[in-house]
Write a protein that binds this ligand. Structure first.
Ligand code: AMP
Length: 509
């Protein structure tokens, strides 16, 4: 089945319901969105070289047209390749090259960035600005009938920042995303027609996935006027829109709770904030409940099994909190309905209850593999189980506790920063002999990036030069906020850098 059937159904059953909104105004009903999507789909398919299965990259800030593009791709039998518009031009060039994108959609804010990326690319790719006459012409095509996709056809090529520093494209099929949608209703938040989904996080990543169950129940997709996360703006939106649902990373939840307007905000219409993407401390969960009531649910997933590994509904979370069950509150909940879960040792043997090991997942939400990366696919899906790279344990109640996220990953402002990627850039400086990057707690961003640097003998290097180097090569949010210069890095007998010792060192300012 094609994911776009959910849109067609909403257009038929709830034609006048708001489908897309920006700030305080509706920009399209479901009938209007359904028709536009069928037209843009036809326009897309008429472009030179675009056949079923072609990859359509989207490098744009959040906007209602983003949602239309996703559904136009699926309607036409094409694969969407959403790219984080905050990445560096070089990173974008890599993804556009690697995905073999056939066309790229940009908006006013991202046009220059993509033009810069195009100069770094091995191949030419047509670029269409959603504000241009070319895009308007796509929407004037005669509507096409929805393409009959197969369940295992590619729907979304989801680029994750690989720990190797090179992003990997998780191939998500229509089957994967339908399983994810079904599980969301069973395990995270039951359907509530007439509601509003606010997209304050990037549609290219987490928030875009939440669009699917929301469209499936015919709810409105709302993009804040700013296009991003701004607590004061969100409080205004909560006061206007009915039955609001929203995804937020734990750091975003904390910023909402701590905001001076939080106490005065009108939250009667706030239905649920679903957090995920990183662990949330029990004290923060309690503060969030004290401020906003039992309006929270949690899910644990990753690009390779999007939104769908474990989770807890609002009701379950409320029961844990009322019972004072801190261990359950600190957990990531239990396995979602469409997946099997087990904890395994290094040779993939299952481990008993309360024993820490790698989290393995199997089920219809698990990706088909990595695009053009058979080696990584074979190891990630060895034995038919997704190896999440996350470490945790299951207790006797089948609650999963994530003990450590994939060891050294840094999550700053809700975005992943992989140390190795930053280290590789720093090492390009001729005077840098060695470096190691870790995350340190940061009140505003959850974590911030700290780089330990060892200069070469007689080498001269300073923080400003390294900062310039990072600006030239990686996204701004990945740059180290702090540099510490050492004579040598602490290492074990095998010569491996001891990040645990660096973390201790970081605390001794
Ligand atoms: P991404 O693929 O960028 O969505 O990142 C997924 C990773 O975020 C997972 O592999 C986990 O390490 C972490 N993660 C996701 N959800 C949660 C959660 N609810 N609690 C703790 N960590 C999480």
């Amino acid at each position: 089945m094609n994911l776009a059937h959910h849109l067609a159904r909403a257009a038929a059953t709830r034609p006048d319901a708001p489908a897309l909104a920006r700030g305080d105004r509706v920009v399209a009903s479901y009938a209007a969105m359904g028709l536009r999507v069928a037209r843009v789909a036809a326009g897309l398919r008429a472009l030179p070289g675009i056949a079923p299965g072609a990859r359509v990259a989207i490098v744009m800030a959040n906007a209602p047209v983003y949602a239309e593009l996703f559904y136009a791709c699926w309607w036409a039998g094409l694969a969407a390749v959403p790219v984080n518009a905050k990445l560096h031009a070089r990173e974008i060039a890599f993804i556009l090259d690697h995905s073999q994108a056939d066309v790229v959609f940009v908006s006013a804010e991202s046009a220059e960035l993509v033009a810069n990326a195009a100069r770094e690319m091995d191949r030419a790719v047509p670029v269409i600005d959603v504000g241009s006459a070319d895009f308007a012409a796509l929407g004037r095509a005669d509507a096409m009938a929805m393409w009959q996709t197969e369940a295992d056809d590619l729907a979304w090529l989801f680029y994750t920042s690989g720990t190797t520093g090179r992003p990997k494209g998780a191939m998500l099929t229509h089957r994967n995303l339908l399983a994810m949608t079904t599980s969301y209703f069973l395990d995270i938040d039951p359907p509530q027609p007439g509601g509003t989904q606010i997209h304050a996080a990037p549609l290219s990543h987490g928030s875009g996935l939440y669009m699917l169950p929301s469209v499936a129940q015919g709810n409105c997709q709302l993009v804040p006027e700013s296009g991003h996360f701004d607590p004061a703006e969100l409080f205004d939106l909560f006061a206007i829109w009915p039955q609001v649902s929203m995804f937020a990373a734990p750091t975003m939840v904390k910023r909402l709770v701590d905001h001076p307007d939080a106490a005065r905000a009108s939250i009667d219409s706030l239905r649920v904030i679903v957090w995920g993407g990183a662990p949330m401390y029990v004290a923060d969960i309690k503060a969030a409940i004290a401020r906003f009531g039992y309006r929270f649910a949690q899910l644990y997933g990753q690009g390779e099994s999007p939104m769908t590994i474990t989770g807890m509904t609002r009701a379950t979370l409320e029961a844990f909190a009322r019972a004072g069950d801190d261990a359950a509150l600190a957990s990531a909940g239990s396995a979602q309905s469409v997946v099997q879960l087990r904890i395994a040792d290094a040779s993939d043997a299952s481990l008993p209850v309360d024993t820490i090991g790698e989290i393995l997942v199997r089920g219809d939400s698990v990706m088909k593999g990595y695009w053009r990366n058979p080696g990584a696919t074979a190891s990630a899906l060895a034995g038919g189980w997704l190896h999440t790279g996350d470490v945790g344990s299951l207790d006797a109640r089948a609650l999963l506790t994530l003990r450590d996220r994939s060891k050294d990953l840094i999550i700053s402002g809700g975005s992943n920063v992989y140390p190795r990627e930053v280290e590789e850039v720093l090492l390009r400086h001729p005077a840098v002999a060695e470096c190691s990057v870790i995350g340190i707690p940061d009140a505003d961003w959850g974590e911030s990036v700290l780089a330990f640097v060892v200069a070469r003998e007689h080498g001269v290097v300073d923080a400003a030069a390294l900062d310039r180097l990072c600006l030239e090569n990686i996204a701004r949010f990945k740059r180290p906020k702090t540099y510490r210069f050492l004579d040598a890095l602490p290492k074990n007998n095998y010569g491996k850098v001891l990040k645990t010792e660096l973390r201790v060192l970081a605390k001794q300012t």
